[in-house]
Design a protein around this ligand. Structure first.
Ligand code: SF4
Ligand code: SF4
Ligand code: SF4
Length: 170
């Protein structure tokens, strides 16, 4: 069942602006509606609705989340093969491919990996669904797995830049 909007909607347009499939329509300050044919159940609309007027797939009211709680995409660099599927399907163009940290390359893993431009990501789940290697996950930003992933990936990239600084000064 697709997401739906209930009659407490005040037509603020926040959901319409965030929907990756343009499934939400309406006239400002009137009740908006979701086209069930276009909705992919991603939940990106529910977390921004200030009136909490959006029901999820199970008919539950979605809670508005702060910008630091909303779900985002996280890449497990060790699992990413650099296949580019996610970068090609992201509706917001927030995935780019970058040279993998050298420690991964040294282990025979991917030469390039997916990197998320977090500020643009709506947590729409399209990439998570499309990744054939279970390497990309949508987690709330305050989920311990998200924090762990962030620290782990930062460490890999930091080790890389330390190494290239050493090479430059050698
Ligand atoms: S759940 Fe996702 S696809 Fe469906 S209306 Fe909301 S933002 Fe659009
Ligand atoms: S789809 Fe998965 S494996 Fe392919 S580049 Fe994206 S995260 Fe990596
Ligand atoms: S969840 Fe994935 S596909 Fe959706 S906006 Fe974020 S990076 Fe793009």
């Amino acid at each position: 069942m697709p997401y739906t909007i209930i009659d407490t909607c005040t037509g603020c347009t926040a959901c319409e602006r965030r929907c990756p499939t343009r499934a939400i329509h309406g006239v400002k300050k009137d009740m908006f509606y979701i086209d069930p044919e276009l909705c992919i159940d991603c939940g990106a609309c529910g977390v921004v609705c200030p009136d909490e007027s959006i029901l999820d797939t199970f008919g539950r009211l979605c809670l508005q989340l702060t910008s630091t709680q909303r779900p985002k995409a996280y890449v497990e660099l060790e699992k990413c093969t650099g296949c580019i599927y996610c970068a090609n399907t992201c509706p917001f163009n927030c995935i780019t491919m970058k040279k993998a940290p050298s420690v991964l390359e040294g282990l025979g893993l991917a030469k390039t990996v997916a990197v998320i431009e977090t500020s643009k990501c709506t947590g729409c789940t399209v990439c998570e669904i499309d990744c054939p290697y279970d390497a990309i996950h949508i987690w709330r930003q305050d989920d311990p797995r998200a924090l762990e992933n962030k620290i782990h990936n930062k460490q890999l990239w930091d080790d890389d830049s330390l190494q290239s600084n050493d090479e430059e000064s050698a």
